[in-house]
Design a protein around this ligand. Structure first.
Ligand code: SAM
Ligand code: SF4
Length: 314
């Protein structure tokens, strides 16, 4: 379905929990989030119902996210239910990777087509400091498990953080020489805990190109401008929501773990979907698409959403 600005909306990001086994400093407060009552979060049935209605409204790709989707009880059930939807072309999932050693195989069997794994540093001490609860070796084992389970063309998502990991850009690029992965550098967006961070933490994606002029441009894909080091097996993506906003070609809608449709990650506007079924649910999704804001206003300083990223799903 097209929105009011002629954009084709065919991609749903569905958050299946706001809980996480990490507490990344830019995403969550150190104490985590209060565990909501079970019924405050979409049930497996509701996830499937909303996804089905979205597919009937023209969505062909769904990404499961969170919080950490792999801590969600019933995640495999959700995957199986979504995979069975007629008309769904691609089922993807974004994870911090730590539970993939146990779950990569079952996720593949449940019909997940593609995985994105978030990895902000390759240094064990930094990893523990940034995630507060995570261990680098678990995330790396997760990447290996994903490959062994048959997930190819893995994407590794790295948030660029000034004075934290910008001295590791070269190490991440090095990974693409030997592995068929796409390493994607994402600009840190000022929202939630990091909204108040020092300006020096916010680096533009151009930093990567300035420091590594050998990167050769490839065809863009979705929101990523893509490059390759000469002779590399993998590729490099730059996702620059702040410096090069891609609002004009945005194809996404989002549903929060508590069942609110968001036309834009950074907007305050939300449409509650819970309790709606059949034609009413579809009508609400169509309304959300029709009302999708033209653009965000991140370049002016901050996100307008009062939610933290773990509630929306990135
Ligand atoms: N827990 C999963 C993970 O970390 O991949 C999925 C949810 S997480 C909210 C999705 C993505 O959003 C992660 O890659 C994370 O690094 C990114 N993210 C969170 N806060 C961000 C921010 N302020 N700016 C840019 N990316 C952010
Ligand atoms: Fe958890 Fe992902 Fe947020 Fe890190 S970025 S705290 S892994 S939801």
């Amino acid at each position: 379905m097209q929105d009011a600005y002629g954009r084709q909306i065919d991609y749903l990001r569905l958050s299946v929990t706001d809980l996480c086994n990490f507490r990344c400093q830019y995403c969550m407060p150190p104490e985590g989030v209060k565990k909501q009552q079970h019924r405050a979060i979409l049930s497996v049935e509701e996830c499937a119902e909303i996804a089905g209605a979205a597919v009937r409204c023209g969505v062909g790709k769904i990404r499961l996210t969170g919080g950490e989707p792999l801590v969600r009880r019933g995640i495999l059930d959700i995957c199986r239910r979504l995979r069975a939807l007629p008309g769904l072309e691609e089922l993807c999932l974004t994870t911090n990777g730590s539970l993939l050693p146990q779950l990569a195989g079952p996720l593949r069997d449940a019909g997940v087509d593609r995985l994105n794994i978030s990895l902000d540093t390759l240094r064990p001490d930094r990893f523990s400091r940034l995630t507060r609860l995570g261990r680098l070796e678990d995330a790396l084992s997760g990447i290996r498990a994903a490959e062994e389970a048959g997930f190819s063309r893995l994407k590794l998502d790295t948030v660029l953080i000034g004075r934290f990991n910008d001295d590791e850009i070269g190490d991440f690029l090095q990974l693409t020489l030997d592995h068929p992965w796409e390493v994607r550098f994402i600009e840190l967006m000022p929202m939630g805990p990091c909204a108040a961070w020092d300006k020096g933490c916010f680096l533009s994606g151009e930093t990567v190109l300035e420091r590594y002029p050998a990167l050769e441009p490839l065809e863009s894909q979705g929101v990523a401008r893509r490059y390759r080091l000469p002779g590399a097996k993998g590729s490099v993506g730059l996702i620059s929501p702040v410096s090069h906003d891609f609002c004009g070609s945005c194809r996404r809608i989002r549903v929060t773990a508590d069942g609110h449709l968001k036309g834009c990650l950074h907007s305050r506007e939300e449409i509650p979907l819970r309790g709606l079924h059949g034609a009413e649910l579809e009508a609400a999704i169509r309304q959300g698409i029709a009302q999708k804001p033209e653009r965000h206003r991140l370049a002016l300083g901050a996100s307008d959403t009062p939610r933290n990223m773990n509630q929306i799903g990135g």
